[in-house]
Design a binder for this molecule. Structure first.
Ligand code: ATP
Length: 347
């Protein structure tokens, strides 16, 4: 046995012609946790899922599932034997079958040993889990997008798979439904103790869903960590910028502090020499003050909050997120301070 983890990818690569879709990826998936693969379009997220499912074969490297090598070094376990559940953005429910029949079909395909009564019981149990107990006899066209997605999840979880792979499962839903579905699906996965791997290019979705975020770029894994860790301590400027809004200002680091236009700031990770300091807009605090150290030169209003563009005497500019009702006007002087330690990257 390679290890106790559920899935291990060891130096896995996969190319399509000249495109290195997945490039030397090593990744460990622990049981019972929710993972989210996050990255820009084309960075290789879906290919990683397909490799785990057995829908692609790696060019190099090994894949282990439940302590068994399923790909690499001459080993090959076909997808139908891997016991992996999949949910895609288009739901792919059979339109001519009822909700119950859709779920029972998945059970029959994956576990022919179950009796009809057992399949029926399991389908009902799954529909209860996803909050659709009264919907068993409806057809897919009689369901909303969110309900169809929940049926797709019930179908994927019904055969009790070792892992569920979800590729952009919410991308067809409107913004409000997306948020509710995210929370619902998270609860269902928790209740069923499932291990799940989501793919998304939506930062907010990744941070709010995941126990562990895996950030990919150009076929490579850049950083793996808890949402707070990757957001507050991104490993590089690129990861910082990809995960959300970020100000970068020049500074000089001296161990656990840095000097910059904002004064002396504590560093999250000690550094020395010339650096670029990364400060999230919401990590800054402003108060109107005639003796302030910056001037408001732009205001972008979003309702729940607003972004102020500030300019310092040395012409450094940065964005600050404040409550949308903050009474600050263009040209006003403000005092700016930093609420937390900041990250620094060699410049
Ligand atoms: P998206 O978010 O747009 O779905 P992704 O991160 O999931 O992107 P992949 O679908 O894994 O990215 O694709 C990675 C790269 O490999 C892309 O450049 C894509 O065009 C290419 N690719 C993927 N599958 C194939 C294939 N079957 N044949 C040729 N090229 C492919």
């Amino acid at each position: 046995m390679k290890s106790e983890s559920l899935i291990e990818l060891c130096h896995v690569s996969k190319s399509f012609g000249a495109t290195h879709a997945v490039d030397d990826v090593s990744l460990t998936i622990e049981r019972g946790a929710i993972y989210v693969l996050l990255g820009a379009s084309g960075c290789g997220k879906t290919t990683v899922l397909r490799l785990i499912a057995g829908l692609e074969t790696p060019d190099r490297g090994e894949i282990w599932l439940n302590g068994e090598r399923v790909a690499g070094q001459g080993a090959w376990v076909p997808p139908e034997v891997r016991r992996i559940g999949m949910v895609f953005q288009d739901y792919a429910l059979f339109p001519h079958m009822t909700v119950r029949q859709n779920i029972q079909f998945a059970l029959a395909a994956l576990d022919g040993k179950l009796s009809h009564a057992e399949r029926d019981r399991r389908a009902r149990q799954m529909l209860e889990l996803v909050g659709l107990a009264g919907y068993a006899e409806r057809f897919p066209h009689q369901l909303s997008g969110g309900e169809q997605q929940r049926v797709a999840l019930a179908r994927a979880l019904a055969p009790n798979p070792s892992v569920v792979l979800l590729d952009e499962p919410f991308s067809n839903l409107d913004a409000a439904l997306r948020r509710t579905m995210r929370e619902d699906v998270r609860q269902v996965l928790r209740a069923s103790n499932a291990t799940a791997i989501f793919v998304t290019h939506d930062q907010e979705e990744a941070l709010s869903l995941a126990d562990t975020v895996v950030i990919m770029h150009n076929g490579k894994v850049q950083q793996v960590g808890a949402p707070q860790e990757v957001y507050l301590r991104p490993i590089s400027r690129e990861v910082a910028a990809f995960l959300g809004e970020a100000n970068f200002i020049e500074g000089v680091a001296e161990g656990d502090v840095a000097h910059c236009a904002l004064g002396k700031l504590p560093l999250a990770v000690p550094m020395h020499g010339k650096v670029a300091l990364m400060i999230r807009p919401e990590a800054l605090r402003v108060t109107a003050s005639a003796e302030g150290n910056a001037e408001v030169i732009g205001i972008r209003f979003f309702g729940h909050d607003q972004l102020l563009r500030l300019r310092f005497p040395d012409l450094t500019e940065l964005d600050v997120r404040t409550w949308g009702n903050a009474e600050l006007a263009l040209g006003e002087r403000v005092m700016v301070s930093v609420r937390s330690s900041v990250m620094a990257y060699a410049n």
